[in-house]
Design a protein around this ligand. Structure first.
Ligand SMILES: [Zn+2]
Length: 430
């Protein structure tokens, strides 16, 4: 997990960008201000509970020029990503998503032994492993040492570095260019957006394709998903904003798909701009849809704050009512997004006795800021709480199905977003 440095080191690394990370314009307009929050992946050990914990501003802005929704760089990225507690392989539905994607893209691009697939932020190799049985050469790029080690052990060539134009040039100098570049949930985490996209364009073969998945800003706004905002997540992307970035780097969006992952994502297909080629109709359709939702107008962004405050009040009203009735509440999951929700709403052990997670890396640790203990999933069977607050709400169907036996002692689930809702498993599975 993230190790905290001394205060002076923290201060010297505090780098606040003055301008928009896409177009450079001065940032003046607020999207939502979630106050001060700790780094959402900096889980705490028992020893650390007696020590001071750094909190950083979590204030999201919108660029008046290109409408990119973004967080200033309050924390140096090297500081965040070196040791990352998130192992992709611990989410069953995400592993399945990766497998389906690999078989689709392998056929669509006719990838073979002479191809090269590069994945940016390749995590523990959960995705690239699916190309190995077909003899397709792969390179993973993963700056977090601990997860990269797991990928290397699976036999996946992995470079423990941040991706940008410099690394792209070094790979090309080795005589290697990519037929396919995969960047799943990485673009939002990139502090220097233009350097990253320039590197991606440089590394592509002339007819190569890059696919990028990222949570869709339209869904964040529609469903009040403010908890997907955290310090590691610098940009909140619409297709309109991605389109603006593409044209600056000689890239073109040639296709786009809407996906159910992470609360609603886009998969964008990028290629180098070639005269005469026409993007699929999906691109114009989705751009038109975003304009219908008002994503081309500043007012749509500046009204988000009121909506987030309403979501917070509804969740707190439910939890206060349940605690007044003497009910016991536990959490399910300890994802990064859960920590934004807990800190912004002020939900600590006074509401939630403990939370559980399938990732053993987090067991015996505490959630940042709120210090809620994290235990193995079996702890729920022993404690038999009345309510279980599902923090990774994007996986709620999977979790409710896996945990439906809690109905045996009458437990119900609480889904916090977009509006606090109670789900009784007896009504679903009886
Ligand atoms: Zn801008």
């Amino acid at each position: 997990m993230v190790q905290h440095q001394s205060l002076s080191e923290e201060a010297s690394e505090l780098r606040v960008h003055a301008g928009c990370r896409s177009c450079g314009a001065k940032l003046k307009r607020s999207f939502v201000d979630l106050g001060m929050s700790p780094l959402c992946e900096s889980y705490r050990s028992e020893d650390q509970l007696d020590t001071m914990e750094p909190f950083y501003p979590l204030h999201v802005l919108v660029c008046e020029e290109c409408l990119l929704v973004q967080l200033k760089e309050y924390v140096a990225p090297e500081h965040i990503f070196r040791e990352y507690a998130y192992f992709s392989s611990y989410s069953t539905s995400w592993v399945e998503h990766a497998r389906t994607y690999c078989s689709m893209i392998r056929e669509r691009l006719a990838l073979g032994r002479n191809s090269l697939v590069v994945e940016l932020a390749s995590n523990d190799g959960y995705l690239l492993q699916h190309f190995l049985p077909f003899g397709i050469p792969v390179i993973g790029i993963e700056p977090a040492h601990n997860v990269a080690q797991v990928a290397l052990a699976k036999g996946i060539e992995t470079r423990t570095e941040f991706f940008g134009l410099d690394l792209a040039k070094r790979i090309v100098a080795e005589g290697r260019r990519a037929d396919l570049i995969i960047a799943n949930n990485v673009l939002p985490h990139v502090p220097n957006l233009n350097d990253f996209v320039a590197g991606l364009a440089h590394l592509l073969k002339p007819d190569g394709i890059a696919t990028l998945e990222f949570p869709h800003l339209a869904r964040l706004i529609e469903e009040s998903q403010f908890d997907t905002i955290y310090h590691e997540h610098f940009s909140y992307l619409s297709l309109l904003a991605v389109d603006a970035i593409s044209s600056r780097h000689g890239l073109e969006v040639i296709d786009v798909e809407e996906l159910p992952t992470h609360g609603g994502s886009l998969r964008v297909y990028w290629s180098l701009r070639q005269p005469g080629r026409r993007p699929k109709p999906s691109v114009a359709d989705l751009l038109a849809h975003e304009r219908d939702l008002g994503l081309d107008r500043l007012e749509t962004y500046t009204s988000f704050t009121d909506q987030v405050r309403r979501t917070k009040r509804q969740l707190l009203a439910l939890l206060i009512e349940l605690k007044s009735q003497g009910k016991r509440i536990c959490g399910y999951g300890a994802p990064g997004k859960g920590n934004t929700l807990l800190n912004y709403c002020g939900i600590g052990p006074d509401f939630i006795d403990f939370t559980v997670d399938r990732n053993p890396y987090k067991h015996a640790l505490y959630t940042p800021g709120m210090n809620i203990p994290i235990r193995p999933v079996t702890a729920l069977d022993e404690a038999k709480p009345d309510y279980i607050l599902i923090l990774p709400w994007n996986l709620k169907d999977e979790i409710i199905c896996q945990m439906r036996h809690v109905a045996e002692w009458g437990a119900k689930f609480i889904i916090p977003i977009p509006r606090a809702t109670v789900i009784d498993p007896m009504e679903i599975f009886s």
